[in-house]
Design a protein around this ligand. Structure first.
Ligand code: G6P
Length: 614
């Protein structure tokens, strides 16, 4: 959360910072700000509540001529979203400016100490305390900025990615990180910093990922130098970025979310490329191949994730138990890390994360690692922290996901989990060869079936028009479709602000049925499969209470059409791959309802794409 961008070089810093902040806005959008050093060594400091476009308006036509600067887009943790709490923050003597992503946990103690030394604070943020602390250390120890940052960070507990500038030195950026990501872009004769690579990719493909406990000294005179907090020198490793610039643009769609929904046939294909060949009876995930036996000999697998990734994890549980007969538990990372869980050395922990930066998931990984478990990962962002913290893993290859509501990342995660379950089933021999082959053929056909499922867009739009003013909605599914119901409800509430609940269809009668009346839309996954008859009974229960039933049904199912108030037909597939198809209309329904309600689809209120604070 919170987007960080910084630049030093010969180019116009303001343009780079604004463009970078727009690319990073999906990380947080409560307020934005920039601080640059002018040619006469003064800070050009602008910040305000709201989006980056507000900041641009605030700066207006003023000519901003600077070649070094830092920029920030905020997701509030300490203090409300307002002009004063926006970053960058200045030191008391107004010589230093700092941007920060993360949380300084002991900020209160530090603030009291600094206040007793005469520091005055204008904001409610933990970040302002940090820049005052650096100022204090710099003064007390009579050291340069790099050393002041290094010493100050020894006093800090919590998570941070920071960039600091000193107005007396317009050729130098200092950056440091712990538990929040930071990437340094190496230009020809300039340097970029981003909380991810999106603001950098336009200028250079060569990047250095800063590791926890490292501080970077970036100078136009001496280049990039990295040290650990204990002063040990680190040799930077330059890596090449794989992101294409077009992937960060809307490509003619009105919103990133819509573009990403429609990209799914391609992203699922990309995810499977080289990993499956039904013709050859081949299925393998290269990154996890060497760990197959470890998984098969494990006591159990524990899947940890948050949000939509947790829903993918639930589908994974069904797949892995069903096909590979491996006991699986699925945990919210935030609960797992704090509940003193029993973790054995022969457990395999599988972390699922789109961003690869979610703080709770990372902390859960660290805990499981300490207990000696084997840690695998499924991530979308290449080079992300989780992908580097795990012993092995697989990328989803869905490309950058910018819409805050996850869509293509979810279907790619489920695709990887399907491949994993099939690979393990093959190795273990838990699925008969002919059936395994049928499943491989079916999985290979899924991208085409997703293309078919996307044709429900017009029907979804019509249904959205009818239900867009609902206050509540219920989503029901059984078996593999239960996580789909959860995901459908999450999509609706996060972008349209309609209260929605996902439930296992049979559980409805233990509570939610009390909510059903003629005002309540009930979205049901009622595709052909083992629980079809049971779901029909659940639909009848809703109808008997005058609820409005919208079903996702298998193409050609005439029987259910009669029963439902509305139906959305998707292609037939094996039950276990149905989550990929059934989730498509739910994505489209929530998209259209949110647009019709005038909501900001790509940047829903209070949310952020990468939750790097716990
Ligand atoms: C945030 C995002 C969700 C995402 C969740 C987990 O809440 O808004 O879309 O599912 O974090 O993120 P991860 O990157 O770990 O999948």
């Amino acid at each position: 959360m919170c987007g960080i961008v910084a630049y030093v070089g010969e180019k116009n810093a303001y343009e780079i910072l604004i463009k970078g902040l727009k690319r990073l806005e999906y990380r947080g959008y409560d307020s934005a700000g920039v601080a640059m050093i002018s040619n006469n060594h003064e800070f050009l400091h602008y910040k305000c509540k709201g989006k980056v476009s507000n900041l641009e308006e605030h700066v207006g036509q003023q000519s901003v001529d600077a070649h070094i600067g830092i920029g920030h887009t905020r997701w509030a943790t300490h203090g409300p979203a307002n002009d004063v709490n926006a970053h960058p923050h200045l030191s008391g003597n107004e010589e230093l400016a700092l941007i920060h992503n993360g949380i300084i946990e002991n900020y209160d103690v530090l603030k009291k100490e600094l206040t007793s030394r005469g520091h005055n604070f204008v904001s409610d943020t933990d970040t302002e305390v940090l820049v005052h602390l650096i100022e204090e250390v710099k003064k007390q120890e009579d050291v340069g900025l790099f050393e002041a940052v290094r010493l100050a960070l020894h006093q800090v507990t919590g998570a941070y990615a920071i960039v600091v500038i000193d107005k007396s030195n317009p050729r130098e950026l200092i950056a440091a990180k712990k538990s929040s990501p930071l990437v340094i872009g190496m230009g020809e004769d300039d340097f970029f910093i981003g909380s991810d690579a999106t603001p950098i990719v336009e200028y250079t493909n060569n990047v250095v990922y800063l590791e926890d406990g490292e501080i970077a000294h970036i100078s136009l005179d001496t280049g990039l130098k990295i040290r650990k907090l204990d002063n040990k020198v680190i040799t930077p490793t330059i890596q090449e970025l794989q992101i294409q610039l077009e992937a960060l643009e809307k490509g003619g769609y009105e919103h990133f979310m819509l573009k990403e929904i429609f990209e799914q046939p391609k992203t699922i294909k990309d995810c499977m490329r080289g990993r499956i060949s039904a013709q050859k009876g081949h299925v393998s995930l290269g990154g996890i191949l060497d760990y197959q036996d470890k998984i098969l000999n494990a006591r159990r697998m524990i899947i940890i994730a948050c949000g939509t990734s947790w829903h993918a994890g639930l589908v994974g549980e069904y797949l892995l138990e069903d096909l590979a007969r491996i006991p699986v538990e699925v945990e919210y990372a935030s609960e797992f890390r704090y509940r003193n869980p029993v973790i054995y050395e022969d457990d395999v922990v599988l972390a699922i994360s789109q961003s690869g930066e979610t703080a709770d998931t990372l902390a859960a990984i660290k805990l499981a690692k300490e207990k000696g478990a084997t840690i695998l990962g499924i991530c979308n962002v290449v080079g992300s922290t989780i992908s580097r913290e795990t012993h092995a893993g697989s990328y989803t290859h869905a490309g950058p996901e910018i819409g805050v509501a996850s869509t293509k990342a979810f279907t790619a995660q489920v695709t990887v989990l399907s491949l994993l379950a099939l690979m393990l089933a093959k190795r273990k021999g838990t699925v008969e060869k002919s059936r395994l082959n049928r499943l491989l053929f079916e999985l290979e056909s899924i991208p085409d079936k997703v293309t078919e499922a996307l044709k429900t867009d017009a029907a979804c739009e019509l249904i959205s028009e009818i239900y867009k003013n609902s206050s509540n909605a219920l989503y029901l599914g059984r078996g593999y479709s239960f996580p789909v119901a959860l995901e459908g409800a999450l999509k609706l509430k996060e972008i349209s602000y309609i209260h929605a609940e996902g439930y296992p269809a049979a559980e409805m009668k233990h509570g939610p049925i009390a909510l059903i009346d003629e005002e309540m839309p009930v979205f049901v996954v009622a595709t052909k499969g083992p629980s079809y008859e049971k779901v029909i009974s659940n639909i009848q229960e809703v109808k008997a209470r005058k609820g409005k039933v919208i079903v996702i049904s298998t193409k050609g199912d005439e029987y259910i059409k009669e029963m439902a108030d509305h139906y959305i037909e998707i292609p037939e597939t094996e039950e276990m791959f149905m989550p990929i198809l059934a989730t498509i209309p739910f994505q489209l329904l929530s998209y259209h309802m949110a647009v019709m309600r005038g909501c900001n689809v790509d940047q829903p209120r209070n949310l952020a794409k990468a939750v790097t604070v716990e």
